[in-house]
Ligand binder design. Structure first.
Ligand code: ATP
Ligand code: MG
Length: 384
């Protein structure tokens, strides 16, 4: 019988609360595979997925590799443990010219033959049956794993498939991601979702200065992120009036600093209203004027909630590599304007002094602007 063996990663290190993580993981797997009939069973230290339609195996694997908390999987043949059975099964393996190695894991000590001997004997058998192959113990093209479990069954598989790693989504509480249309913020969200945070997202627009297409772009980004997140609750907030007021009343070079301070205040309010315990941004130290240490200090100063910046020490190229991997890059580079680019100053301050920021900000009616922006909230639930 064909099954998929699924191994989980870091949860393995958990002590007495491992059950908590396992339950969430199991729920997430079943949820992700809800359109495919299947049976999921926990066997010591891993899951066995069976009862699925082999035609759907590829699609199922594609789903599984995107579930946080899973380390790797392999398609395996499950047989009753018996040496003759094992040999018969291994004779079916067709390697062509690919090199191989046998790795036997004898979890069941009732099985009388030691792993090394199984490796040797089955190895010889496979060699005889595939005259063009050769053994390569260190970096084989195909690793044949013979997993002899305590449950009376042996699982034979070739080459593991890597999964997303991390911790089960939803096991670490909730974070509110400041999602712009750029390359960085989706990647930031990905990394923290991978640590188990449920993600909600907030996007600031300056409609009608920013277009409907810019909003559609953010929706497409969120949709793509649903590959990993399942669904995302999105909050759209207008900062048009905030930008107009800053433009009218303040020193233009402080536009971005002042706008970002408003974004942080609004985000903290939305986070609290939605039980999110942290904000998440895609900032990376020194990347642009608004991301120098002084700028980050100036924007961070207005909130009293943890702000996670998972990309803070990343180079742009590293961030782009991840964006490619998670499928957001091509959407992010579409050229629609972000609200930050409207009213963009020629010389944005790179080292804003807090007294000067406060002096400029004093020209604004912060509370009214904050409430106006909050009142503009539009909520959407985004799904694949
Ligand atoms: P990104 O590529 O994510 O757009 P960026 O390099 O353009 O980042 P900034 O514009 O300085 O950098 O923004 C830094 C962070 O602030 C973003 O990663 C995002 O978390 C947040 N942010 C910026 N603009 C918006 C917006 N319009 N709506 C929501 N969050 C935003
Ligand atoms: Mg941006």
């Amino acid at each position: 019988m064909n099954v998929i063996l699924i191994r989980y990663g870091e949860i393995f290190l958990k002590g007495h609360n491992r059950k908590f993580f396992e339950n969430i993981l199991q729920k997430n797997i079943n949820e992700s595979l809800k359109e495919f009939p299947h049976e999921l069973k926990k066997i010591s230290g891993r899951y066995e997925l069976s009862g699925y339609d082999v035609e759907q195996e590829k699609a199922i694997i594609s789903k599984l590799t995107k579930i946080f908390g899973l380390h790797s999987l392999s398609v395996a043949t499950k047989i009753e443990t018996d040496y003759e059975n094992i040999k018969k099964e291994c004779l079916k393996i067709n390697l062509g010219r690919q090199s191989f190695r046998i790795t036997t894991n004898r979890a069941s000590k009732i099985f009388p033959i030691k792993s090394m001997q199984v490796n040797r004997e089955i190895g010889e058998l496979v060699l005889e049956n595939n005259p063009e192959t050769h053994v390569n113990l260190h970096s084989p093209e195909v690793e044949i794993v013979i997993d002899i479990r305590e449950n009376g069954y042996t699982y034979i598989s070739t080459n593991d498939i890597q999964c997303a790693g991390g911790m089960p989504l939803g096991s670490a509480g909730k974070g509110l991601l400041l999602l712009s249309g750029g390359i960085d913020s989706p990647v930031a969200g990905y990394f923290l979702a991978r640590r188990g945070l449920t993600i909600e997202a907030i996007h600031f627009h300056s409609y009608p200065y920013t277009s409907e297409l810019a909003k559609q772009k953010v929706i497409s980004l969120a949709k793509t992120m649903c590959d990993y997140l399942g669904s995302i609750k999105m909050h759209f907030i207008s900062v048009t009036h905030v930008q107009e007021e800053i433009h009218k009343k303040c020193d233009g070079d402080f536009m971005i600093t002042l706008l970002r301070r408003m974004m942080m205040r609004i985000s903290e309010r939305i986070a609290r209203q939605n039980d999110a315990g942290a904000l998440i941004t895609g900032e990376s130290l020194g990347q642009v004027a608004s991301q120098t240490l002084q700028s980050i200090n100036a924007t961070n100063a207005v909130v009293d909630i943890p702000v996670f910046r998972p990309l803070i020490g990343f180079d742009k190229q590293d961030i782009m590599d991840v964006a490619h991997k998670i499928g957001t890059y091509e959407i992010s580079i579409q050229p629609y304007e972000d609200c930050c680019t409207v009213f963009l100053p020629k010389n944005p301050v790179t080292k804003p002094k807090l007294e000067k920021v406060l002096r400029e900000e004093a020209k604004l009616d912060i509370d009214t602007l904050l409430n106006e922006s909050l009142a503009s909230e539009e909520i959407m639930i985004i799904q694949k």
